[in-house]
Design a protein around this ligand. Structure first.
Ligand code: BGP
Length: 492
């Protein structure tokens, strides 16, 4: 296969991505309100993360993040449980040090998310929490002083617990007003400083209470909640453009590649339909209208949306300016035995027998990134941004403070080559890359710390023990070299 030996285009944005509840901590500091993510325990591959509950009869219970809450049960924290969001890896107190490490690597962009309940502790207040706004302003100012563009995810899989508990989260239209008030408070404060914004994270990756606040996990509830998020995103883009004419807006979608398991027509058609289940969310937000195939999905899943006057016009008038996505792996779809792992029927698929896997069973597929970049640009003709990509691996901190991670350099080098090929050979206008996650942080899927992604090792274990000291891994200097050559030199 032909490969590009040219560097990336001039001005290409290089950086890293994080999310507040996996990175920030400080859960009871600075006036932050309790977040729906604060009830989610740690876990592992064989032990799913749980939302701990007080059951209707007062007893203790729990459900995993894909399940409905039992009737009358309420999320509740217990002292003998470890909740990773509370401390995470303490960016709240390490922000300056971490930003300087990113600057040392030559980052030109840092994607982070703002914690909604740090700005509006319950979500129902009419004025924002000044301490919260101030914290992120310091982060933004430090980035700018270091030559790093801040790229903000307004809402990354989280929300004030009050809105989840009392309104059934995004199932309620009330959330549209709360979210727009929150987003516009950010715009009013950070305009002139922040150009790149994402309204949501991975709307096509299913999680329940902790992410979108819903108590029941069924298609009717889910798609109704998503409809409200589509409307909220559209209004937010309208308000954002009004206040910040230079700003551009995206939303992030989980777009790891998907292939038919074989060339049997049944497998190919099953793949096509499953990919569309996934594309439904980005199709609606990027094209500005529900796709024609939504009718088939809604009929099959018995969904009847409550769409109010003006909703569809808003979605149409304010679509995404650019398309951003996460890419980690690829899966295969087989007609015979596809079963979704979520109750909505979106996620699922098998591992690809042709590909090596990580200890977490994620298939490594660099070419899949080129495939997805082409797929997305063909579909929308909007600029694209690789907003999450990285390798979760087990790293070892040596006694002398070094960490040798050749597997990470290999992974990134191969993915960068494919991204370069997509840009320079296929002519896909991809304008940036933010690696997940430059500083080690807590895994979303398993709540573990040992699934590490960073260029920087953080001394903390799966239960939150450790000094939180930061150590540069070998990949740190390698990334510095890659960025300095604007991706021309990918050798490791
Ligand atoms: C994405 C999320 C991130 C992140 C990443 C890696 O889906 O947007 O928050 O965590 O996946 O997944 P994990 O942490 O499960 O390894």
């Amino acid at each position: 296969m032909q490969h590009s030996t040219q560097p990336f285009p001039k001005g290409f944005l290089w950086g890293g991505a994080t999310a507040d509840f996996q990175y920030e901590g400080g859960f009871n500091e600075g006036g932050r309100g309790i977040n729906a993510q604060d009830f989610v325990t740690d876990g592992s591959v064989g032990r799913k993360r749980q939302i701990t509950l007080k059951m209707a009869d007062g007893s203790r219970g729990s459900v995993n993040s894909l399940e409905s809450l039992p009737e009358g049960a309420e999320p509740c924290m217990y002292d003998d449980q470890y909740y990773p969001s509370h401390k995470a890896v303490d960016f709240y107190h390490h922000w300056k040090e971490d930003i300087h490490l990113m600057a040392e690597m030559g980052f030109s962009v840092f994607r982070f998310s703002i914690c909604w309940s740090r700005i509006f502790p319950t979500g129902d207040e009419l004025t924002p929490n000044e301490e919260g706004l101030d914290f992120y302003e310091k982060v933004i100012d430090e980035c700018l002083a270091c030559g790093i563009e801040p790229l903000i995810t307004i809402c990354h899989d989280e929300m004030p617990d009050h809105l989840a508990r009392h309104y059934n989260g995004w199932h309620s239209r009330h959330l549209i007003d709360c979210y727009v008030r929150y987003a516009t408070a950010l715009f009013d404060r950070y305009k002139g400083k922040v150009k790149y914004w994402l309204t949501f994270n991975e709307l096509n990756l299913i999680h329940g209470y902790s992410k979108i606040g819903v108590h029941r996990m069924d298609p009717q509830t889910y798609y109704q909640a998503e409809h409200h998020m589509f409307v909220a995103s559209a209004i937010t883009i309208r308000e954002g453009h009004k206040r910040m004419p230079d700003a551009i807006f995206g939303s992030m979608f989980a777009m790891s590649a998907m292939y038919p398991a074989t060339c049997k027509p049944e497998d190919v058609f099953a793949w096509y339909k499953q990919r569309r289940e996934n594309y439904f969310f980005i199709d609606t937000m990027a094209r500005g209208e529900y796709p024609n195939y939504a009718a088939e999905i809604f009929a099959r899943k018995n969904v009847k949306l409550d769409i109010r006057e003006g909703d569809l016009e808003l979605i149409k008038a304010y679509p995404l300016d650019f398309v951003s996505f996460s890419y980690y792996r690829s899966t295969t779809i087989c007609a015979d035995h596809f079963t979704s792992i979520d109750p909505i029927g979106i996620m699922g698929g098998d591992t690809n027998p042709y590909l090596p896997k990580t200890p977490w069973n994620w298939s490594l597929d660099p070419l899949g990134l080129r495939f997805v970049l082409n797929e997305l640009y063909d579909r929308y003709q909007k600029p694209v941004f690789v907003i999450e990509n990285g390798l979760g691996e087990i790293d070892k901190l040596e006694e002398d403070g070094t960490v040798h991670d050749p597997y990470r350099m290999k992974f990134l080098s191969e993915h960068f080559q494919q991204m370069k090929d997509a840009i320079n050979i296929d002519k896909v206008p991809c304008f940036g890359y933010t690696m997940w996650a430059p500083i080690d942080l807590v895994s979303l899927g398993t709540g573990e710390m040992k699934k590490r992604y960073g260029f920087v090792y953080v001394d903390m274990d799966d239960k939150g023990n450790g000094s939180l000291k930061r150590y540069k891994k070998d990949s740190f200097d390698w990334m510095k070299k890659v960025i300095a050559s604007n991706g021309e030199d990918l050798n490791y």
